[in-house]
Design a protein around this ligand. Sequence first.
Ligand code: FMN
Length: 211
Amino acid sequence: MSIGDLRRDYRGAPLFEDDAGEDPHALFERWFADARAQEPDPTAMALATATPDGRPSVRTVLLKDVDRQGYVFFTNYDSRKSRELAHNPFGSLLFYWRSADRQVRIDGRITRIADAESDAYFVSRPLESRIGVYASRQSAVLDSRETLDRLYEEAAARFADGQVPRPSWWGGFRLVPDEVEFWQGRLHRLHDRLRYTRTDAGRWRRERLAP
Ligand SMILES: Cc1cc2nc3c(=O)[nH]c(=O)nc-3n(C[C@H](O)[C@H](O)[C@H](O)COP(=O)(O)O)c2cc1C
């Protein structure tokens, strides 16, 4: 069978305007609760960033907090994504939840969270992950796996007392959404798409899009 012949039907429950409501955050919370019950990796999301001249790049990160303010993830502030965000703060997040044939795209401006917020999350991480942050200059070229293992051992020895402070070059970002689109897969490719756009008045306008 060729790749082109690989296909399956999407048979999700309908996404009606009345059920979706006026508030994209509330709908996200409901869909996220469903994903939590069904998906192995419900917090995994693609994050797209771009250079100022419009060359995009995308990678997976984990959602670590969400509320009415926005969507929070953590990373190395010297990584490629962070360098792109320093020059172009606009990004896009994408969740694909296969078990319910659902996708959510969230576009907006991405800014660093407060140091105190990053500190609070950093101390909650397992010791090995905190040490690992010191061993990895994320997105820099490494000459070998052995080098990474050696850097980890050196960091582990340095923090043998288990006190590992958050380095200034690692922390969180928050995407503050100005557009959120919910996609529900349906039969015959007649999917439901509802897009919420933030208006100047700080409210949300909801529109149905063709699939
Ligand atoms: C399931 C999964 C979860 C990941 N979570 C994170 C994360 O939360 N933060 C992070 O910096 N990288 C995470 N990564 C690694 C990123 O995809 C990426 O390789 C890394 O951040 C470097 O990206 P960059 O060079 O584009 O900055 C994850 C990868 C996968 C597959």
